[in-house]
Design a protein around this ligand. Sequence first.
Ligand code: FES
Length: 275
Amino acid sequence: MSLPVEPQGPGARAGAPAGTNASEELAGHGHLKTHFDEPSLDFDGPVSLIDDGVLDELRMIAGRYPQARSALLPMLHLVQSVEGRVTPAGIEACAAILGISTADVSGVATFYTMYKRRPVGKYHVGVCTTALCAIMGGDEVYARLQEHLGVGNDETTDDGQVTLEHLECNAACDYAPVMMVNWEFFDGTTPERAVEVVDSLRAGTPVQATRGARVVTWKETERILAGFPDGRADEGPTSGPASRLGLQIAKERGWHAPSAPPPEQPDDESTTETP
Ligand code: FES
């Protein structure tokens, strides 16, 4: 594939004056820093692993949707399962199959935080530091992991095993503070428990999520998210007492959901029978 990927280099941006890049142009404005402003991002990368078999699977995903464009999100997950991140080759492949521009694909890949432009380690460890988790200990969990692993936000350990990232609310506030490993929940985490988990992962010891399946690698997880299940969706508990507390209280008090109203009848004379 030879289509150029937009932007074509770190900081490149349509409309920027010649000899400048987005970072320089925005300097002094104090806002709007994007992935493309980061000099550490490698847009060339190693040789792509997207071969004919992967292209067939990308086409298969596109064929699952009435509007093929709707397949972009799972297709990007498949790219990550192969390449370890969203690469220029992956962007070009998705664009070519869906008949959209590489800028359209890039726009989606840089909007959602589950899509990564840097290679992710074997295990992506996210710590929720949004308000509730932060007050319940998430900040301490994150700080302890940062110190233990010797990495900053969105950085990977030298052995390529663990990428650490601040996460926004995981919609699991009833189990705050929450840590996720490859999107599996580790509820009510403590700094000590978080260190135990990452040490086990690095040692190759199987680790079970508190709600969910045994943790697999990030690339394996990405393949599942692309729509290729590994048959273990029901492994492990899928909910916990805190999430079911409302149901328990309702049962104890005899509360029921109101009955659904009868469906509305069409107000159309053409459907009325003539006596
Ligand atoms: S604030 Fe952490 S899961 Fe909601």
